[in-house]
Design a protein around this ligand. Structure first.
Ligand code: FMN
Length: 186
């Protein structure tokens, strides 16, 4: 009996770390994707941390035409970003597609705030897929602005999705804080 108990305990010792890992990376058993657009790397950092923290796949929303520094000049009325953001129908092309989006229950969508809302390329992303039955959780980085109406705008473009309000994070937000926030959303 003692031998049996000790064998059982040995097996348990080896199994426990793996079980814990599985629990950590499997929020309510949901399959998750973190998709993000980042023009200068800040949102990319947060997206990487979030995907690691919650055990989600990662996809970069890469523009077909990369944004140059001149494109990003918000003080220039003629710059590409200003022109795009002044036109609600602007849909900058994305270089590649998420493979098999049908497999995901939850899609976190990350972006920098441009002119108080989601960049036009996020509008392209929201219209590019069938989000039926999926929860979309926006997240953003910015100088100071909150996420504002971004979630509402995204919901209007993907009516079959359940798009949450989302949240703006500082560049240095910790993996722990991201994980806690993600768990509260689902
Ligand atoms: C075209 C443009 C518009 C921006 N508009 C805002 C804004 O309305 N409010 C704000 O706080 N920050 C604004 N920013 C700053 C970015 O949101 C911020 O630097 C962000 O963290 C950059 O993320 P990224 O490195 O992932 O592109 C803007 C930046 C650009 C390039």
């Amino acid at each position: 009996m003692k031998k049996l108990l000790s064998a059982f305990l040995t097996v348990l010792t080896f199994l426990t770390p793996f079980q814990t890992k599985a629990e950590e990376t499997n929020m309510s058993g949901k399959k998750m994707l973190v998709a993000y657009f980042s023009a200068s790397g800040v949102t990319a950092g947060v997206a990487n941390r979030l995907s690691e923290a919650v055990g989600a796949d990662l996809f970069e929303i890469k523009p077909a035409q990369v944004y140059t520094d001149a494109d990003l000049d918000w003080t220039d009325k003629q710059s590409r970003s200003t022109v795009e953001m002044n036109d609600r129908n602007s849909r900058p092309a994305i270089a590649s597609k998420v493979e098999n989006i049908a497999q995901y229950d939850v899609v976190f969508v990350g972006f920098p705030i441009w002119w108080y809302r989601e960049p036009s390329i996020i509008d392209t992303f929201m219209e590019a897929y069938d989000f039926s039955g999926k929860t979309v959780v926006p997240f953003a980085t910015s100088g100071v602005s909150p996420i504002g109406e971004s979630g509402k705008n995204m919901q209007a473009l993907a009516p079959k999705a359940k798009v949450l309000e989302g949240k703006r994070f500082p560049a240095g937000v910790s993996a722990e804080d991201l994980k806690k926030w993600a768990a509260e959303q689902l």
